[in-house]
Ligand binder design. Structure first.
Ligand code: ADP
Ligand code: MG
Length: 733
């Protein structure tokens, strides 16, 4: 018997572990060869041009036209020497994917002799007008003024993938309004820099700059490419819409940190080689909890660059996986019943003087500074916790969040035992004593060393609470609810924004108290205590997966995000004010994002509903009928042979025939219902209202359909079933 599935299985069994990108040199010898970084700029640029880039990166200085020409020339010379034939402005539209439109360096020579030469001007480096009118824009670009521009982001170095020079850019409308994820991210970095430097100056006049740092842990699944191609749902939606769970998946926890399968290992090594060439310090690789789920983490770096590098990695992983006959799945929940994938965003703030502001210090003064920042993060995340969660809201992530394997859908912060004690002792301090917290007040472990006023904090990094969506992990906060397919920029610019807002408030409150004659330390401690008290409700140390917590969170007024309702956070008055005050986004830009998020939600769900309908109608039902026919034939044959007692003999077959008919009819009815509700929803012109209709009317059909199809999968002859099964997708043969 041959069908799509059996052919795919046969093909997949021929796929072997193989290396394609081998470089036996020590990594240090080829690290970053494909990046136009500062050392290469020094080689390829004039002194003036090099300085212009350094100034642009350091202080946001504008790059003049003539200098841009020099930079473009150097960049082109390097790229052409590296074998690049094309260049592209690489940007991040509101789709989560990145976009690129390649152009050739080659230009005709206009003189008599003709021929061609490599050309790349400063103006082309700085700005382009891609014909990108069909990217989602939420109404920011009317058709009569559909122009969108990409503009060079010199803070993120250009790089070569294949034979193309990729230049990181922002993507904005003719009016200057952002149409991408990078623009608000860059603006938020500027906002938090300004707010944080003002606070730092109270401690150290030498601080000129504060840069958010980001380390992104990326989870993903790998599936054999032949099996993947035989699953129209994986191909079109990135996740399985049907499929009975395998008898064995992650119960035994034997995949987690287990030996990496050889095919996967070969893929990882190739991927790592290419990542190093792109200047990405990949540090860890391991098996994750679910079968065929893996993770990598690079070493953290400046947020804008880390975020770009994460997107670069997603691109090259896809390309390299193809060579290995593998498919990378970044979808948050490709398989039911096993863990989904996320991106843990490890975030901290570092000064130009090299101080991590979220690292408890070695002396009271440093600890005081730590507490200023720590309490501002707590306060900001509390104030805008719904907005922050709305940044991780998507159809994909909805399938994962709140499951008992993923961060809960309610935001809370875990800070660990030591910090909890410290925080509580500060909270309980009488007003008059506020500036003199001592070891007696903080009942800390004996190891802790207290120096006069504020104890030295040594948080135990070890007591990690994996059930928390937002955790303090020793020297950083870790936002774990971000989805694995997402561009992290939107979560990070909101995080930067909410913290920046509180830092501004912090400074102004402290200054206010001081102008009333209060000593600086006391004023700071007073505000720290105020922030900690105001944000008390966001702290939770217990099990985030438990039912008790869900109830408790509700009592505390912490809302659980639901999709698509969460999108409306973007247009809430307080949140628009946050974005506007910090110059991160205008009300119109926020409204556009709200539109786009709803639109993407509708489109994705629409595609899923269509694919599910097709799968059921064209695969599942015909297969069920074929199998049912074989049962009918069997019953008829038995009747012919044993006319007297056939009905006893055919008990099972008859029941099964009936059962199958029941499933088929129910499937048919539900698919019909799904299609009808979709038609109704599609007529709703208002996009957010359409999204609501999709979620309330269309979506419920999908689970009902799946349930019946999965039941059929369990009764139908294995040889007939046309779709690769979970047990096949989840292992490497
Ligand atoms: P775990 O899985 O235990 O959370 P990993 O080592 O897998 O830890 O990932 C931790 C990530 O956090 C890495 O990307 C790491 O570079 C990053 N990281 C470590 N310290 C900081 C920091 N101070 N600021 C931002 N990111 C950090
Ligand atoms: Mg982590």
């Amino acid at each position: 018997m041959s069908n799509v599935r059996t052919r795919a299985l046969a093909e997949s069994s021929t796929h072997e572990a193989q290396r394609f990108f081998v470089d036996d040199r020590p990594v240090s010898e080829y690290f970053g060869v494909n990046v136009f970084d500062l050392p290469k700029m020094q080689l390829y640029l004039s002194v003036e041009a090099y300085k212009a880039v350094v100034d642009a990166v350091g202080s946001g200085a504008k790059i003049e036209r003539e200098v841009a020409d020099q930079i473009a020339l150097g960049m082109k010379n390097w790229a052409v020497k590296m074998g690049a034939t094309h260049y592209t402005h690489w940007f991040q539209p509101l789709t989560d994917a990145t976009a690129e439109k390649h152009e050739s360096f080659s230009d005709p020579v206009r003189s008599a002799g003709g021929g061609s030469f490599e050309n790349f001007k400063g103006s082309t480096l700085i700005q382009q007008e891609p014909d990108a009118s069909s990217f989602p824009n939420g109404g920011l670009r009317n058709t009569f003024e559909a122009r969108g521009y990409t503009a060079w982001d010199p803070t993120s170095p250009a790089f070569i993938i294949g034979k193309t020079l990729c230049i990181p850019t922002v993507f904005v409308a003719y009016t200057g309004e952002s149409l991408d994820q990078k623009t608000p991210h860059l603006k938020s970095i500027a906002a938090i820099d300004k707010a944080a430097v003002a606070v730092c100056k109270m401690f150290d006049k030498n601080v000129e700059k504060v840069i958010p740092q980001l380390g992104i842990e990326q989870e993903y699944f790998l599936v054999d490419s032949s099996l993947y191609s035989a699953r129209p749902d994986l191909v079109a939606c990135g996740r399985t819409l049907l499929g009975h769970t395998a008898a064995k998946d992650q119960q035994l926890e034997d995949h987690y940190f287990g030996a990496i399968p050889s095919r996967v290992m070969a893929f990882m090594q190739d991927f790592e080689t290419e990542a190093y060439k792109l200047g990405v310090h990949l540090k860890t690789r391991h098996n994750e909890v679910a079968p065929n789920q893996f993770e990598f983490a690079p070493i953290y770096g400046e947020a804008n660059i880390s975020s770009d590098q994460n997107l670069m990695m997603m691109i090259i992983m896809k390309a390299i996986a193809e060579k290995h006959h593998l498919r990378v799945i970044f979808h948050e929940k490709p398989f039911d019943g096993v863990n989904g994938s996320g991106k843990h965003c490890n975030w901290s703030l570092v000064t130009n003087t090299g101080v991590n502001l979220l690292k408890p210090g070695k002396n009271p003064r440093a600890n005081l500074q730590f507490l200023c920042f720590f309490s501002s993060v707590m306060r900001g995340v509390y104030e805008h916790n719904h907005l922050l969660m709305s940044t991780v809201a998507s159809l994909n992530n909805m399938y994962r969040l709140g499951g008992n394997e993923a961060p809960p859908a309610v935001l809370s912060i875990f800070i660990g035992e030591t910090l909890t004690r410290l925080v509580e002792s500060i909270e309980n301090m009488p007003d008059g004593k506020i500036s003199s917290v001592t070891d007696k007040d903080v009942k800390v472990r004996s190891k802790m060393h207290i120096v006069n006023q504020i104890p030295e904090i040594l948080p135990d990094n070890t007591d990690r609470n994996r059930t928390s969506p937002f955790a303090f992990t020793g020297n950083r906060f870790e936002f774990r609810a971000v989805g694995s397919s997402a561009n992290v920029a939107s979560s990070i610019y909101v995080l930067n924004a909410v913290v920046a807002e509180q830092l501004v408030r912090f400074k102004s409150l402290v200054t206010g108290y001081m102008s009333e004659g209060m000593a600086e330390t006391k004023a700071m401690m007073k505000v720290i205590r105020q922030f900690l008290l105001e944000s008390k409700k966001i702290r939770f140390e217990g099990n985030g997966y438990s039912k008790e917590w869900r109830e408790e969170a509700e009592r505390r007024g912490l809302k659980s995000i639901s999709v698509p309702e969460a999108f409306s956070e973007y247009v809430r008055k307080e949140n628009i004010r946050l974005f506007e005050n910090l110059d991160i986004m205008t009300a119109r830009e926020a409204e556009a994002r709200y539109e786009v998020l709803n639109e993407i939600y509708v489109k994705k769900l629409q595609i899923e509903a269509r694919v599910l309908g097709d799968l059921v109608t064209n695969h599942v039902i015909p297969t069920a009928i074929t199998f049912q026919n074989s049962l009918i034939k069997n019953v008829k044959g038995l009747k012919e042979l044993f006319p007297d007692n056939y009905s006893e003999m055919c008990g099972m077959q008859l029941r099964l025939i009936e059962k199958i008919s029941g499933y088929i009819n129910s499937l048919h009815d539900n698919v019909h219902g799904l299609v009808e509700e979709r038609k109704v929803a599609n007529k709703i012109a208002d996009i957010p209202k359409r999204a609501k209709a999709y979620s309330e009317k269309v979506f419920p059909y999908m689970a009902k359909i799946r349930e019946r199809a999965d039941k059929l999968e369990m009764v139908i002859d294995d040889e007939l079933w046309p779709l690769p099964k979970y047990r096949e997708l989840q292992s490497f043969r």
